[in-house]
Ligand binder design. Structure first.
Ligand code: SF4
Length: 398
């Protein structure tokens, strides 16, 4: 994107969007399990008219008060699955009434739609393992392309209405997106450059996208030869192990341990499945870290860059506020957590498997969805111990 005109009144999505197709019953972490699906008033009434579907919905609402948007919910069965799932793993709503009758929640996922007055962006959440698999399968998966016009039979979708995207912040967002996508620096150095650009823009007047790109290019040259003079694993272990263990971020629902089980690890190696200790997790990380230095299809910087960009696109609205830097740091922490857990659960035969990395990515994305307060405390701890966060935060990804 080289000029401002191109950024006005257009709709973008990542390239993987045109390839995405739900894999339904073949999905390793289906979105039809565990979640409450809210129904708006019209959808609730539509389902009520169908004798079979009517038995599978309720007027109960979880976590919010009843409104026309949250008018009812789909019931779950004893295994926590959506009661609309047929024994073959298909959706009864789609089968009986067609795709257009899907609830807005189901019709939207895994898309995340942002509507600014001067820009539309559709991103795809890593909470879906198929999206995550596509993200790490092709190098150009996160290139931004024009979003196709909605088809007639397309299901209804939620859209975040975000007002106008101020040109300063919009220029910053796209300059950073393009920089991270195309620069040959390792990801942690790109984060140093990105933090520096955000800090400059926060304190100054309007800067064009070209100006910002030039600034980032200059920073790239400066960082090209910069080396680490200590092992970043120390910072990673210090910040991430407590996040995983003490704050029960992932442990409470057994997630990394379930993945360890999938990998065929024994109780002897992991401890009780409910109760891995800090020491065991540290030992596992140290033992497995060497796998990342082995050549593999997925052991590439673009893989981690694509995962980062995928999350970056879902925080585009944070760039239209004063919280861009904090939002970026949350992403860094989330991705560091993903890499840490991926390493701990990695075995040589999983190293080339995009399905596996996609699954771990989806698990971590789901479990860290509402973690901003916890992440904020972790960043504060990091700052109080090491002072200069602009140098320390990017090292979580090194
Ligand atoms: S998580 Fe993704 S692939 Fe899996 S069932 Fe849901 S939309 Fe389909």
């Amino acid at each position: 994107m080289n000029n401002q005109k191109k950024l006005d009144n257009v709709s973008f999505q990542p390239k993987l969007g045109s390839e995405f197709q739900c894999v339904a019953e073949k999905c390793a972490l289906s979105c039809c399990v565990g979640w409450n699906v809210a129904l708006d008033k019209d959808t609730y009434r539509q389902y009520k008219k169908d004798a079979d579907l009517a038995q599978k919905i309720t007027k109960k609402i979880y976590g919010s008060s009843r409104s026309s948007q949250a008018f009812g919910t789909i019931k779950k069965n004893a295994r926590g699955e959506c009661s609309m799932l047929t024994p073959e793993g298909l959706c009864s709503v789609q089968k009986s009434l067609g795709e257009r009758a899907l609830s807005k929640t189901c019709g939207t996922f895994p898309r995340v739609n942002f509507h600014f007055h001067n820009l539309n962006i559709r991103s795809f959440t890593q909470e879906c393992p198929e999206v995550a698999r596509l993200t790490v399968t092709s190098e150009d998966a996160m290139n931004l392309v024009d979003r196709p016009k909605a088809k007639k039979d397309e299901s209804r979708q939620f859209t975040f209405l975000c007002g106008s995207f101020s040109s300063k912040e919009k220029n910053l967002f796209f300059a950073l997106y393009n920089f991270v996508n195309t620069s040959s620096l390792p990801l942690w150095k790109k984060i140093i450059a990105a933090r520096s650009a955000i800090s400059t823009v926060n304190g100054s007047a309007i800067l064009s996208e070209e100006h910002l790109s030039a600034m980032l290019f200059e920073k790239q040259l400066e960082l090209s030869s910069a080396e680490l003079d200590f092992d970043p694993a120390l910072i990673q272990m210090e910040s991430l192990v407590p996040l995983i263990i003490e704050r029960s971020l992932l442990n409470d629902t057994n997630i990394p341990l379930t993945l360890l089980e999938i990998n065929g690890m024994t109780d002897e190696e992991t401890g009780s499945n409910n109760d891995i200790s800090e020491k065991q997790l540290l030992e596992l990380f140290i033992k497995k870290r060497g796998l990342l230095f082995r050549p593999s299809k997925l052991n590439k910087d673009w893989v981690w860059t694509n995962l980062f960009l995928s999350h970056f696109l879902t925080i585009v609205d944070d760039f239209n506020s004063r919280h861009a830097l904090l939002a970026l740091d949350f992403l860094v922490l989330q991705q560091a957590l993903l890499k840490f857990i991926y390493i701990c659960t990695l075995t040589p035969h999983k190293m080339d498997d995009p399905n596996y990395l996609g699954l771990v990515s989806a698990v971590v994305a789901r479990k860290t969805k509402a973690c901003r307060p916890t992440f904020k405390r972790t960043l504060e701890d990091l700052r109080s111990k090491h002072g200069n966060e602009s140098a320390i935060v990017p090292l979580l990804m090194a």
